[in-house]
Design a protein around this ligand. Structure first.
Ligand SMILES: CC(C)(COP(=O)(O)OP(=O)(O)OC[C@H]1O[C@@H](n2cnc3c(N)ncnc32)[C@H](O)[C@@H]1OP(=O)(O)O)[C@@H](O)C(=O)NCCC(=O)NCCS
Length: 204
């Protein structure tokens, strides 16, 4: 790992950091639960090699500025899931956040802290002006969780995601920079180790 590949954001109970291949067993354990991957185009994992293949794709995606996924590590419980930014438009200063946790960490409060850390990364460190998220219109838990984290509902994108042979509708939500700057979670105690990969930082 080069120095530009070292990035860890520490919040009160969670650390978001660049994943390594050593994370494969934990991610396999968490995402082999069909409830966790129910709303995704992938999964559930049936073999650890699938988690490894995912982790092996990430360095290239970071180099190309495509996807900045981070492992979510809890102070007491270790690895509890993945969150990350993708679908960057550097010209428009925006990206999309997607998140999953192992089933036992749903409702634990980790999602609120995770979203705050991602906003800190996106707005304060990368210089984005907008963070979008999308959730299947029927994924009521995710939609409510996004609303609780301060995301504003904008509408429904029809036939947006392809899962198998179906085109699915998603609700689209977002946070804009002025909204983030007014949020109380902006003032959590964050520390940052390393630097975000250069491909994701807005040029000023
Ligand atoms: C989506 C996810 C990240 C949210 O994290 P979480 O810790 O479960 O979220 P929270 O518990 O903080 O918030 C969920 C809210 O939805 C509510 N909820 C749960 N089921 C619901 C339903 N069927 N209808 C409406 N609200 C529902 C919960 O009561 C809670 O609201 P409350 O705190 O006001 O009671 C997590 O559930 C997860 O990893 N899910 C699997 C992967 C996934 O779907 N990712 C999102 C893809 S868009």
């Amino acid at each position: 790992m080069t120095s530009s590949e070292h990035l860890a954001l520490h919040g009160p109970t969670l650390t978001l950091r660049i994943p390594t291949l050593a994370d494969a067993p934990a991610l396999f354990g968490l995402a082999s639960d069909p409830e966790v991957t129910r709303w995704f185009s992938w999964g559930p994992y049936t073999d650890e090699t699938q988690a490894r293949a995912y982790l092996e794709r990430l360095p290239g995606q970071r180099r190309r500025g495509e996807q900045l996924d981070l492992v979510q590590q809890h102070r007491e419980h270790g690895i509890i899931g993945i969150t990350g930014l993708s679908e960057f438009s550097m010209r428009d200063r925006r990206a999309l956040v997607g998140t999953w946790f192992g089933r036992e960490f749903w409702g634990s409060g980790a999602n609120t802290e995770s979203k705050a850390l991602i906003c800190h990364l996106g707005f304060d460190l990368l210089g984005l002006e907008r963070i979008t998220s999308v959730a299947n219109v029927e994924n009521a838990r995710s939609r409510r969780a996004l609303e609780k984290a301060g995301f504003v509902h904008e509408g429904v994108l029809r036939g947006w995601h392809r899962h198998g042979d179906r085109q699915l509708d998603v609700a689209i939500v977002s946070i804009l920079r002025p909204e983030w700057e007014a949020m109380t979670t902006r003032h959590l105690d964050y520390t940052v180790e390393g630097e975000p990969p250069a491909a994701f930082v807005v040029e000023r």
